[in-house]
Design a protein around this ligand. Structure first.
Ligand SMILES: Nc1ncnc2c1ncn2[C@@H]1O[C@H](COP(=O)(O)OP(=O)(O)O)[C@@H](O)[C@H]1O
Ligand SMILES: [Mg+2]
Length: 411
């Protein structure tokens, strides 16, 4: 029964802990619907948002048989095909039945097949690795649905890999490959894979075979609280004082990104585990310092470089940084930030112009910018999603409307 914090909060665990899994109904439903469609699927979202846990949970619940090919490995091994070969031979179950020319291949499929053949990396008389992989999945799945997951697409987001991926998807329509009835689930960071295929004339056909599910992103407040609560109260048996303040703070500093929630809560749990096992807002202050010094160190130092050194112009740049931390949206415009600054710092902004446009432009400059311009150029996003978390944990506002940084803990 006595669990340790790091068996409860697992920011980097590849395997799901069902006791800690928080249901995400909309996303789970979108994935289930997608599995019933004729298309192959794309699950996308920033790193740490829970893409891998999501598909593992849904596929396991549906008792679907799936194999995961890691495209980070493909990048290391030189091609997706090599990772597929790796996948099949790992369990030593590759069937070595002879392979025959396809009778039914359309032009696309033939071209795709030729492209793969040219890799020339499989022995004659064996199924080529992709087919061997589909065949193995079908064999192991029996009557169940079979899925081949290609995870971490971002690790292979180059023209060569995308071309290979297109070839594989086209091949799936070839009768011989289609026979295995294995669906492909592509998982990765870039939201624009599908657009990539739309823009590439030869691959327009591929775009029609793909369905992009809604973006996997931060949890809702309720989901975030439920996650922290499961861990602290149910699994670890701690007492949480002023729970609403505690859970609101956790949602705030972690930006409700699942991996960050685990990481931060682990910090908190380690602080109280060997003492009174009571979590207070005081424990959170301590955890903020430790978290900044460890996980947020990079963000901390980047933000620090952009802060006003001395107390110039009411520290407008610091107020802007603080206000950026207050925002919740993916993209911000100067006018949005100006509103936040005026609301957060009413006394020092009364009857003054703020030049927010200029300050934001500065924050998007230099070797380590905090912001980057959106492709359209009319708004900004954080250069790294962690910067918002760093801002929230590191900046404080005094009653005189001055913004200061929390010193780093000595670890
Ligand atoms: N639905 C969830 N409920 C609870 N924790 C989750 C959930 N999804 C993800 N996590 C946590 O976040 C971490 C990162 O999730 P993961 O699925 O690996 O993200 P991604 O694949 O998007 O990078 C996991 O190790 C787990 O600790
Ligand atoms: Mg993942």
């Amino acid at each position: 029964m006595a669990q340790s914090p790091d068996s409860v909060f697992t920011p980097r665990a590849a395997t799901i802990n069902p006791d800690m899994y928080v249901a995400r109904e909309d996303l789970e439903k979108a994935l289930r619907d997608g599995l019933n469609s004729q298309q192959h699927l794309i699950v996308h979202g920033e790193s740490g948002t829970g893409k891998s846990w999501l598909y593992k949970k849904v596929l396991a619940d549906l008792k679907v048989y799936f194999e995961v090919a890691n495209l980070a490995n493909a990048s290391r091994l030189g091609s997706i095909t090599n990772e597929l070969r790796n996948l099949v031979s790992r369990d030593g179950k590759a069937e070595k039945t002879g392979y025959s020319e396809s009778k039914s291949a359309g032009f696309d499929a033939l071209a795709a097949k030729a492209a793969l053949d040219h890799t020339g990396q499989y022995e004659y008389g064996q199924k080529e690795p992709f087919e061997a992989c589909l065949s193995a999945i079908r064999c192991r799945a029996g009557k169940r649905k079979g899925i081949l997951v290609l995870d971490n697409l971002e690790a292979a987001f180059t023209d060569a890999f995308l071309k290979e991926l297109a070839d594989l998807l086209i091949l799936c329509d070839d009768e011989r490959y289609a026979e295995y009835g294995v669906k492909i689930l592509i998982v990765g960071v870039p939201g624009g894979v599908r657009e990539y295929y739309y823009k590439t004339p030869h691959h327009a056909t591929v775009a029609n075979r793909l369905r992009e599910l809604p973006e996997v992103s931060r949890l809702t407040r309720e989901q975030c609280t439920s996650l922290a609560k499961k861990g602290f109260e149910q699994a670890l048996g701690y007492t949480v004082e002023s729970p609403s303040a505690v859970y609101a703070h956790i949602a705030w500093v972690t930006d409700r990104i699942p991996q960050m929630i685990h990481e931060y809560c682990l910090e908190v749990a380690n602080l109280v585990h060997k003492s009174d096992r009571v979590i207070t807002t005081e424990s959170l202050n301590k955890a903020d310092e430790l978290w900044l010094a460890q996980s947020m160190y990079h963000g901390y130092s980047v933000v620090e470089q952009h802060m006003n050194e001395r107390d110039t112009k009411a520290g407008r740049r610091n107020q802007t940084l603080f206000s950026l931390g207050c925002t919740d949206r993916e993209q911000v415009k100067a006018s949005d930030i100006e509103d936040v600054i005026r609301r957060q710092f009413p006394n020092s902004t009364r009857d003054t112009t703020l030049n927010v446009t200029q300050i934001l432009a500065q924050l998007a400059k230099g070797g380590q910018p905090v912001l980057k311009r959106t492709p359209k150029g009319d708004a900004y996003t954080f250069a790294d999603p962690r910067y918002r978390m760093a801002l929230r944990a590191m900046l404080t506002k005094s009653t005189e409307e001055r913004v200061e940084k929390v010193p780093l803990a000595n670890t």
